[in-house]
Design a protein around this ligand. Structure first.
Ligand SMILES: Cc1cc2nc3c(=O)[nH]c(=O)nc-3n(C[C@H](O)[C@H](O)[C@H](O)COP(=O)(O)OP(=O)(O)OC[C@H]3O[C@@H](n4cnc5c(N)ncnc54)[C@H](O)[C@@H]3O)c2cc1C
Length: 461
C-alpha cells in the first residue's frame, strides 16, 4: 500500500478516498511498473467496497471522463492510469479469504499474487499465479494468467469459479458457469473489457508447501544444446514437470562467479508439482544434462519459488515488451533465438520461452475466451533498461528479435505480455470466431466502450 493522505470525495455514493494532482501521495499512487508511463489522472479514486467501484464508474460516465482501472499496475502499456481522467484504484480491495475445507479462495480485485500465494499456502493450497509476486491478480487473471505451475494446474482462469463484477452501467453482477455464463466465458481471457471485478473466487489445489524447484544456469555457449535438449525433454515429461527457459544476463549475486556476472546465460527454471522424491526422479535428466554451471534446484517453499525472479524484474525500469506463441521449435528456430539472445542490449532484458502442453492444452479452445491452448511454446520478449537515452536501442532490439522468430509463430498474440500494438494484434489474440463472440459480448455489457483503456475489444458494430 502507498503512504497516502487522502482528501474527501466529490464522487456521489462513494465511501472510498480520492487523490488529486498536488495531494500528498498522488505521485506515488499514479506510478506504475513501467517507468516509460508518466500519466496524470484528474482523480485517483481508491475504492474500499464493490459499491465504491460502481460509484466511480457512474461518476466517470456522468462527467464524461475517460476511465482507467488500477489493479496491480503491471500492464506494460500503463493501462492502469489515464491522463486527465478517472483512475479507479482497486488497491483498497486487498482481502484474501481462504476456505481450506472447500478449497476455494475469495480474492479482492486489487490483490497481488504475493498476497494470494501467502494466504493460500498457509493451508498448503495454491492456484496458478504470476511469476512475480507484485503483479496484480486482476489484469493477470482476466488475460488468462500464466504461471510456473500451469502445466499441472492449467492457466489461472481455468481455476476461476466465479467473479463479482461492476458493470458499465453501475450494476453489481455475478458471473460463473451458471450465472451469466457467456460473460464468464469472456472474462477468462478477454481482459478488463466487460466490467471491473471486485472479487474473484478461485478453486484451490494442493501444492507444496515444499516442492522441488529452482534455477539452473548454463553459459551462453551451451544455450543451443540446452534448448534443444529441453524441447525434447519437456515433450515427454509428465504434467508435474513445470517451469521454462529464460535468456537472461547473470545477476551480480554472490552465487555467480565474478567473471560471469552481467554476461548472457541461459536459465532453466525447473519445478515439480508433487512429492520432492518423485521430483528428483522426473527432473533427473534435466538436472544431469550439461551439467549446468550453477544449480539452485532444491526443495523449497512454493512461495519462495514464486518470488525467485522478483529481483530480476525491479520496478522503476523502462519496459518494452512483446510476445508470441510458437507453433513449433525446430533447430533453425532455436538457432535464431539463441543468436539474438546472445547479444542483449540491456543486462535486465529477458526472453522467456515457456512450454505449453499439460493441463492447459486439455481445456477445449472454445471453453474460455483465451484460445491459444495447443501452442507448444509461448515466448515473451521483455526488455528492461534504466536510461531514457536507450529507448530506441531497446525497442529496436525487441522488435527485431520478435521479427527473427516470426516464421515459427502461430500468428496469435498474448495480450498479457504485449504493448500498444494496435487493434489487429488484439483481434489476433483470439482469432476471428472468438473475437466476433467477444465483440457481441462487449456490445451487450459495454456498448459505449466505457472500459476502453485496455487491450480493447470494440463493441460489435
Ligand atoms: C513484472 C511482471 C511480471 C509479469 N508476470 C506475468 C506472469 O507470470 N503471467 C502472466 O500471465 N502475466 C504476467 N505479467 C503480465 C500481467 O499479467 C499483465 O500486465 C496484467 O495486465 C497485469 O495486471 P495488473 O492488475 O497488475 O495490471 P494493471 O496495469 O493494474 O491493469 C491492467 C488492466 O487490467 C484490467 N484490470 C486489472 N484489474 C482488474 C479488475 N479487478 N477488474 C477488471 N479489470 C481489471 C484493466 O483493464 C487494466 O487496464 C507480468 C507483468 C509484469 C510487469
Amino acid at each position: 500500500m502507498t503512504d497516502v493522505q487522502e482528501s474527501p470525495t466529490a464522487i456521489a455514493d462513494f465511501g472510498g478516498t480520492v487523490l488529486r494532482p498536488g495531494d500528498e501521495g498522488y505521485d506515488v499512487a499514479r506510478g506504475v511498473f513501467n517507468q516509460m508511463i508518466d500519466r496524470s489522472p484528474a482523480v485517483i479514486a481508491r475504492c474500499h467496497s464493490s459499491d465504491d467501484v460502481a460509484a466511480v464508474i457512474t461518476h466517470a460516465r456522468t462527467m464524461e471522463l475517460p476511465l482507467s482501472v488500477y489493479g496491480g499496475g503491471h500492464s506494460v502499456t500503463g493501462a492502469a492510469v489515464v491522463d486527465g481522467g478517472v483512475c479507479l484504484d482497486l488497491r483498497g480491495l486487498r482481502t484474501v479469504d481462504v476456505d481450506p475445507t472447500g478449497r476455494t479462495a475469495r480474492v479482492g480485485g486489487g490483490c497481488t499474487w504475493g498476497e494470494v500465494d501467502a494466504a493460500t499456502q498457509e493451508s498448503g493450497l495454491a492456484v496458478t499465479g504470476g511469476r512475480i509476486s507484485t503483479t496484480g491478480v486482476g489484469g493477470l487473471t482476466l488475460g488468462s494468467g500464466s504461471g510456473w505451475i500451469e502445466r499441472k494446474l492449467g492457466l489461472t482462469c481455468d481455476s476461476l469459479l466465479e467473479v463479482q463484477l461492476a458493470t458499465a452501467d453501475g450494476r453489481l453482477v455475478t458471473a460463473s458457469d451458471t450465472q451469466n455464463p457467456e460473460l464468464f466465458w469472456g472474462l477468462r481471457g478477454g481482459g478488463g473489457n466487460f466490467g471491473v471485478v471486485t472479487r474473484f473466487t478461485f478453486r484451490l489445489h494442493e501444492v507444496g508447501p515444499i516442492l522441488l524447484g529452482g534455477l539452473l544456469m548454463y553459459p551462453a555457449a551451451m544455450a543451443g544444446d540446452v534448448v534443444r535438449f529441453y524441447r525434447d525433454f519437456i515433450a515427454g515429461a509428465p504434467d508435474e514437470v513445470c517451469g521454462g527457459l529464460a535468456f537472461i544476463c547473470a545477476p551480480p549475486a554472490d552465487f555467480v562467479p565474478e567473471p560471469v556476472r552481467g554476461q548472457p546465460v541461459l536459465g532453466v527454471m525447473a519445478c515439480y508439482v508433487g512429492p520432492v522424491a518423485d521430483g528428483y526422479q522426473a527432473l533427473g535428466p534435466l538436472l544431469e544434462f550439461g551439467p549446468p554451471a550453477i544449480s539452485m534446484v532444491q526443495p523449497m517453499p512454493y512461495v519462495a519459488l514464486q518470488q525467485m525472479l522478483d529481483e530480476a524484474c525491479p520496478r522503476g525500469m523502462r519496459n518494452y515488451w512483446t510476445a508470441d506463441f510458437l507453433g513449433n521449435l525446430p533447430d533453425e528456430a532455436v538457432d535464431a533465438l539463441v543468436e539474438r539472445a546472445a547479444q542483449p542490449v540491456s543486462p535486465l532484458t529477458q526472453i522467456n520461452l515457456i512450454p505449453g502442453g499439460g493441463a492447459i492444452s486439455r481445456v477445449p479452445d472454445d471453453a474460455t475466451a483465451f484460445g491459444q491452448r495447443t501452442a507448444p511454446w509461448n515466448v515473451h520478449y521483455l526488455s528492461m533498461w534504466p536510461d531514457p537515452a536507450d529507448d530506441e536501442l531497446n525497442i529496436a532490439y525487441t522488435k527485431e528479435t520478435a521479427a527473427a522468430m516470426e516464421p515459427w509463430t502461430t500468428g496469435r498474440s498474448y495480450l498479457n505480455f504485449i504493448g500498444d500494438e494496435g487493434s489487429d494484434r488484439v483481434a489476433d489474440a483470439f482469432g476471428p470466431t472468438a473475437y466476433s463472440r467477444l465483440q457481441a459480448l462487449k456490445q451487450e455489457w459495454d456498448p459505449d466502450n466505457v472500459f476502453s483503456h485496455n487491450q480493447n475489444i470494440r463493441p460489435a458494430p
